[in-house]
Design a protein around this ligand. Structure first.
Ligand code: NAD
Length: 401
């Protein structure tokens, strides 16, 4: 009898962890993982690459270090479309592949909310190339300043004040003294502004923690505009609304971190979705498609405590992957599935390399202990997916820069 064909699309947190766990099941199956790049990157560290705190190699590792070649075939290619009824996947270079079970884990894209000028003039930070571009663009503006003395070249606007933005600001402000020296810049003319639509900053934390984190950034020179939705981005400025008035901050580096949506391939493949996310069944399959699992940023799972989907985080993606590996095995062996349940263990937001704020299993942490906790959590995750070698090479053991 032909072996069951399992195809995993995407080698981000969700896809790669699924592969790791499903290989442990030693199923009588032929596993294929498809990913655009030959590497996996830790999306929660992109801000380090964008700020220049770490090179791309530090936050990525080869997919082959997780692949067990006796069970799994890795195809480096771009997914064009999933034909959910025909049970096939179209790839850009390798034609069409068939599946019996599919794990759709194609991750996230930047969300522009249709705001004019975002796609043309703002810099998203969603993968390694875009994070590198943020760093290179800012460096190019600093280099130009010495020729032109145009002060907008020293102005950086970070759009939105979610975790991605705050973590980027944390690293950027720690890197700035080095950059000022490198480019011989007037430190007092550097301007960093963060513009947030909502009236409260970091509302997921108790006030004491969010105030602590925001004050750290203010002390390092960040100006926050709050309750001021961005309405337009131009080549030279970010336009926002304050009360009924439109105002602008001039800047030549505009970083777009106002949130993300699931892969556009979700909609293109005909799944019912909202912002690229499918409301999945209790076994994480797409409604009506019991052999197609959708996980990570392309999925939505309802948090019954507040009647809203859980936010898309690495934590939930990894838990979903563990569950999918079990349920794949259960389905192949005709055993009962284990419904997915999730209780967040909390979250930690870094404010540079050695400071953070966070709530972990009901405990509020700030400063250095929170930063250490974040590193411990992330090292554990690297160990589980990548193994010991990857953890030692890519993990965080540095206490200070
Ligand atoms: P987000 O959606 O969490 O934050 C985006 C912010 O931009 C929000 O505060 C939103 O109000 C603001 N915004 C949206 N439109 C705006 C506009 N027009 N003008 C001004 N502000 C606007 O997005 P994110 O920070 O990219 O995070 C995505 C997900 O990843 C979240 O669930 C987050 O918790 C998670 N994440 C977690 C970590 C961590 O655990 N350390 C790190 C990064 C991201």
């Amino acid at each position: 009898m032909a072996k069951t064909k399992i195809v995993i699309l995407g080698a981000g947190y969700a896809g790669l962890r699924t592969l790791k766990q499903v290989q442990k099941e030693h199923l009588d199956a032929e596993i294929t993982i498809v990913n655009k790049n030959e590497y996996h990157y830790e999306a929660t560290y992109l801000h380090e690459v964008a700020s220049g705190a770490n090179p791309p190699e530090k936050i990525s590792f080869p997919i082959m270090s997780v692949v067990d070649q006796k069970q799994t075939n890795f195809i480096q290619d771009t997914v064009v479309m999933v034909n959910k009824d025909e049970k096939t996947v179209e790839l850009a270079k390798n034609g069409t592949i068939e599946f019996d079970y599919l794990v759709f884990a194609l991750g996230f894209e930047s969300e522009s909310f249709g705001i004019t000028g975002v796609d043309e003039f703002a810099l998203p930070m969603v993968d390694i190339p875009t994070a590198v571009k943020v760093r290179e663009h800012m460096h190019a503006q600093f280099a130009k300043y010495n020729e032109t003395k145009d002060e907008t070249l020293l102005s950086i606007v970070v759009c939105g004040a979610g975790f991605t933005s705050i973590e980027y600001l944390g690293e950027l402000t720690q890197q700035m003294p080095k950059l000022v020296k490198e480019y011989n810049l007037p430190a007092d003319k550097i301007s960093i502004t963060c513009i947030e639509a909502m009236p409260t900053l970091l509302p997921m934390f108790v006030e004491k923690l969010s105030t602590y984190g925001i004050q750290k950034l203010k002390d390092r020179g960040v100006k926050f505009l709050v309750g001021t939705p961005i309405k337009e981005v131009t080549p030279e400025a970010v336009v926002y609304q304050e009360n009924d008035e439109l105002k602008e901050v001039k800047a030549k580096t505009i970083v777009w971190t106002t949130g993300v949506k699931g892969s556009s391939l979700v909609g293109k493949s005909g799944f019912e979705e909202r912002r690229g996310r499918v409301m999945v069944a209790e076994d994480l399959t797409a409604p009506g498609y019991p052999t197609i699992f959708i996980i990570g940023d392309c999925s939505a799972v309802m948090d019954k405590t507040c009647d809203r989907p859980f936010p898309t985080t690495a934590q939930i993606a990894l838990k979903q992957a563990d569950n999918v590996a079990k349920n794949l095995a259960a389905k192949i062996k005709n055993q009962p599935i284990v419904p997915f349940t999730f209780k967040s263990q909390g979250s930690v937001c870094s404010i540079g390399n050695n400071e953070a704020i966070g709530e972990v299993m009901g405990h509020n942490l700030k400063g250095y202990p929170a930063s250490m906790m974040k590193k411990v959590i992330e090292n554990k995750s690297l160990m589980t997916t990548g193994g010991m070698k990857v953890m030692f090479e890519k993990g965080r053991f540095d206490l200070y820069h």
